[in-house]
Design a protein around this ligand. Structure first.
Ligand SMILES: [Fe+2]
Length: 400
């Protein structure tokens, strides 16, 4: 077996209604002055106020609710939050929300005890101990509750940056599927596609290990087979399976890395920001790239894709690996159609300079190195150009 390293600093508590125990959990971990960090949407439907009723307990006091976290928070958003944390002498940050909220809340927990700016900490890395960070995810998606990376946007350059390292990971994640019941459909779809890709790209990664495979393989099955059902029924049992699967998928990709879907996504998003092109939400952009990248990876990842195909019942044990992998890609395309996900970039065209920008950006990222199959710059350019074609026009039951 090859040598490897695996780390996860976050304790998990799972259960329907487990949010009601959050005050006691914080008391046990030594927290006393609590700020709930969330977004306006969740605050507006009363989710933050309801959680607030479960915080106060012996020695634990709620000092406020911060509702100003936007989608894709910036350094400036976190600076404002850090000021609030310092002024109110907060020692415990509860992040209640999706990936953006958890990134902002965890960053504030890291940056508040540090005199440097958020930008400086993102650049040079955190030092010292963070405040007590507790996460309660409200989507089955990013897995930010166990991530050691908190992604933020640089206000000046528009580039994605963030706070990285063990300090950026939550000390405790409380996984309560009841918090997922009323997530809007579009958000549930985009989050679910992202989580499924964390599992898939960790599983085919060159840095995959026996530990990450044991997390990625079952989480892929759950996310692939139950996402549609969970959105239609909102059944708490099924939502719980999805929530735990999305957490496991992040534990896998946080150690094994990701692949070209995530890599190209970053380059395309960066170009859209730079050129003022129409942006596609993060999880939905994965859907535009996914069948093309699976098809590209089949020659290098047939055996792993075949295992997943057999797990989800779209191939038989005696099917040839390549045929099974192709069947999985066709099933993935069908899954994305069922979710009503986008299939093509909403740009009329892409100039040669645009393609080159995306290729250079992607080739400079670890996802390019970790992807199952090494892509040349010409192959990356080909994948970018393909994303301007509606993939539903392709017959995915054969390789291209
Ligand atoms: Fe992701």
């Amino acid at each position: 077996m090859k040598a490897f390293r695996y780390a996860s600093p976050t304790e998990l508590v799972y259960g329907a209604g487990s949010r009601r125990r959050v005050g006691g959990e914080i008391a046990q971990l030594g927290g006393s002055r609590v700020l709930i960090v969330t977004d306006r949407g969740l605050a507006g439907v009363g989710v933050a106020d309801e959680l607030a009723t479960h915080v106060a307990t012996d020695g634990v006091e709620l000092v406020g609710i911060w509702t100003d976290v936007p989608q894709d928070p910036t350094f400036a958003d976190v600076e404002a939050l850090v000021a609030k944390v310092r002024t109110d002498r907060v020692d415990t940050v509860i992040s209640l929300g999706s990936g953006s909220v958890m990134a902002a809340g965890r960053s504030a927990g890291v940056c508040a005890p540090d005199e440097r700016s958020v930008r400086a900490i993102a650049k040079a890395g955190p030092v010292g101990r963070p405040l007590l960070n507790v996460c309660l995810p409200t989507t089955a998606g990013s897995g930010g509750e166990v991530s050691r990376q908190a992604t933020l946007t640089d206000d000046e350059s528009g580039e994605k940056s963030g706070v990285r390292g063990w300090q950026a990971a939550a000390r405790l994640a409380v996984l309560d599927p009841e918090l997922l019941v009323s997530v809007p459909r579009g958000q549930a779809v985009a989050s679910g596609i992202d989580a499924m890709l964390h599992a898939l790209e960790a599983y085919w990664s060159r840095r995959a290990t026996i530990v990450t495979d044991s997390l990625a393989r079952p989480s892929f099955s759950v996310l692939f087979t139950k996402l549609v059902e969970s959105i239609e029924t909102r059944d708490v049992e099924v939502l719980g399976e999805l929530l735990v699967a999305s957490t496991m998928a992040n534990l896998a990709c946080g150690n094994a890395g990701l692949g070209l879907v995530h890599g190209l996504n970053k380059g395309i998003t960066g170009l859209a920001h730079k050129q003022g092109y129409e942006a596609v939400p993060y999880g939905m952009l994965h859907a535009i790239l996914l069948p093309w990248v699976v098809d590209f990876n089949i020659p290098a990842a047939a055996s792993k894709l075949a295992t997943l195909a057999r797990d989800v019942g779209v191939a038989q044990d005696d099917d040839d690996d390549t045929n099974a992998a192709v069947a999985l890609n066709a099933a993935i395309a069908g899954w994305l159609l069922e979710l009503d996900a986008p299939r093509v970039l909403p740009w009329p065209t892409c100039t040669d300079d645009d393609v080159e920008f995306i290729v250079k950006d992607t080739a400079g990222r670890p996802m390019w190195q970790d992807n199952a199959r090494t892509a040349t710059e010409e192959e990356l350019a080909d994948l970018v150009r393909k994303s301007l074609t509606d993939w539903s026009e392709i017959d995915w039951s054969t390789t291209l």
